[in-house]
Design a protein around this ligand. Structure first.
Ligand SMILES: Nc1ncnc2c1ncn2[C@@H]1O[C@H](COP(=O)(O)OP(=O)(O)OP(=O)(O)O)[C@@H](O)[C@H]1O
Ligand SMILES: [Mg+2]
Length: 329
C-alpha cells in the first residue's frame, strides 16, 4: 500500500544508476571487453543531463542498459523509481530512447510508424497524439511520405517522435547530432529544449563539449567505462576555465622572470615559454602584455583551448593540460 503511494509520487531522481558494470563476453577471436566499470549516476527529475565521452567510452552501453537492450553484468538501475530488472515493464514505459543507429523501416510513412509504436506501447487509439507529435518534430507535411524518401535529419527527428509516442517522463538521446546539419540540429535542439521546459527529463550522449555546454544543466564525463566527473555545467566550466599560451621569444632565456610566476611558466625550449591562464579572469592580451612588460620580446604566440583530451588529462591526473600548441590565436 505504502509502496503504491510512493510509486505515484514523482521521484526526486528520474534515473538512478548504482554500481553498474558491464563486460561483453568475448568470442573465439575477441577477448571479453569491460565496457562499464562500477558506474553510479543520479539524474534529477526535470534536468537536462549530458553524458560526454569519446568513442568507445561506454555511453551507448549505459543507455542500452536503461533501454533494456543490453543486460548489465552487475549493479542496479532505476527509471522513474522502477528497477529495470524487477519492474521491467514500468521502467520501459517511463523511458523513450532515440538510438544512435538510424533503424527505421523504410516502407512505412511517418504517420504509420508513430501509430505502430503507440500501439506497441498500448496507447489507446483515442489517446494517441500522432498529429501533435508530427507537428512537434516538424514532419507534419511528410506524414504520408515513405520514410525512405526522408533525409537523414528528418529520420532522426522521426526517431525522436517514436521515442515520445507513449509520453514517457524521461527522454534519452544517443548522439542525436550525428549526421544532422546545422539548421536541423538547431531545430531538433529547440524541440528537445521545449520538451525539457515542459517537464521531460532529458539525457543525451555526445562527443562534443560545446553541445553539452549549450544544452545541459549537468554534465557527466565518461572515459574507458568510468565516470570521471559529474557536476553542474557551470561548475565544470569553471574548472575548465584554463588555457595555455606558448610564446616564441626573440632571445633565449636563462631565467624565467619572477613577475610571471602566477602564470605557472614552463620553458619548453630556451626560446619557447609556455604559460597557463584562466581566460574568464585574464584575457589573452593581458597575458601577452605582462610577458612583454617582464622584458621579453615575443616573436610569435599561440593559445590552446581545453578540448576533451585536455579535460580528461586534467580530470584524471589532476594536472596540467597537454602542451600541444597548434591553434594560432
Ligand atoms: N555488443 C558488443 N560486443 C562486444 N563489445 C562491445 C559491444 N558493444 C560495445 N562494445 C565495446 O564496448 C565499449 C563501449 O562501447 P559503446 O558503444 O558503449 O561506446 P560509446 O561511448 O557509445 O562510443 P561511441 O561514441 O563510438 O558511440 C567499446 O570498446 C566497444 O567496442
Ligand atoms: Mg555510442
Amino acid at each position: 500500500m505504502l509502496s503504491d503511494l510512493t510509486q505515484n509520487l514523482e521521484p526526486e531522481f528520474a534515473v538512478e544508476i548504482e554500481g553498474v558494470s558491464k563486460t561483453y563476453a568475448g568470442s573465439n577471436k575477441q577477448a571479453p571487453k569491460q565496457a562499464l566499470k562500477n558506474v553510479s549516476l543520479k539524474i534529477r527529475r526535470g534536468s537536462f543531463f549530458g553524458l560526454l565521452g569519446p568513442n568507445g567510452a561506454g555511453k551507448s552501453t549505459l543507455i542500452n542498459i536503461l533501454a533494456g537492450l543490453v543486460n548489465k553484468s552487475s549493479g542496479t538501475a532505476r527509471i522513474w523509481g522502477h528497477d529495470v530488472d524487477t519492474e521491467m515493464r514500468s521502467a520501459r514505459r517511463a523511458i523513450g530512447v532515440v538510438p544512435q543507429e538510424l533503424n527505421i523501416d523504410p516502407f512505412f510513412t511517418p504517420r504509420e510508424l508513430l501509430d505502430l509504436q503507440a500501439g506497441l506501447y498500448g496507447v489507446p487509439k483515442a489517446e494517441r497524439e500522432t498529429d501533435a507529435v508530427l507537428e512537434a518534430i516538424g514532419l507534419a507535411d511528410k506524414a504520408e511520405a515513405y520514410t525512405r524518401s526522408l533525409s537523414g535529419g528528418m529520420r532522426r527527428r522521426l526517431l525522436v517522435g517514436k521515442a515520445m509516442v507513449h509520453r514517457p517522463p524521461v527522454l534519452v538521446l544517443d548522439e542525436p547530432s550525428a549526421g544532422v546539419d546545422v539548421d536541423l540540429r538547431r531545430q531538433l535542439w529547440s524541440h528537445v529544449k521545449k520538451m525539457n521546459e515542459d517537464g521531460i527529463t532529458v539525457l543525451l550522449t555526445t562527443h562534443y563539449l560545446e553541445e553539452a555546454e549549450a544544452m545541459c544543466d549537468e554534465i557527466a564525463i565518461i572515459n574507458h567505462g568510468e565516470i570521471i566527473a559529474c557536476e553542474p555545467t557551470e561548475v565544470m566550466l569553471s574548472r575548465l576555465d584554463a588555457k595555455d599560451m606558448t610564446v616564441t621569444l626573440s632571445q633565449p632565456l636563462t631565467k624565467i622572470p619572477g613577475a610571471l610566476s602566477a602564470y605557472n611558466p614552463v620553458l619548453n625550449r630556451p626560446d619557447c615559454l609556455k604559460v597557463s591562464f584562466a581566460p574568464s579572469k585574464t584575457p589573452a592580451r593581458k597575458v601577452l602584455a605582462d610577458i612583454e612588460d617582464a622584458g621579453l620580446v615575443v616573436n610569435d604566440f599561440s593559445t590552446t583551448d581545453s578540448d576533451l583530451e585536455d579535460i580528461f588529462i586534467r580530470l584524471t591526473h589532476g594536472g596540467q593540460a597537454s602542451d600541444h600548441a597548434d591553434d594560432a590565436a
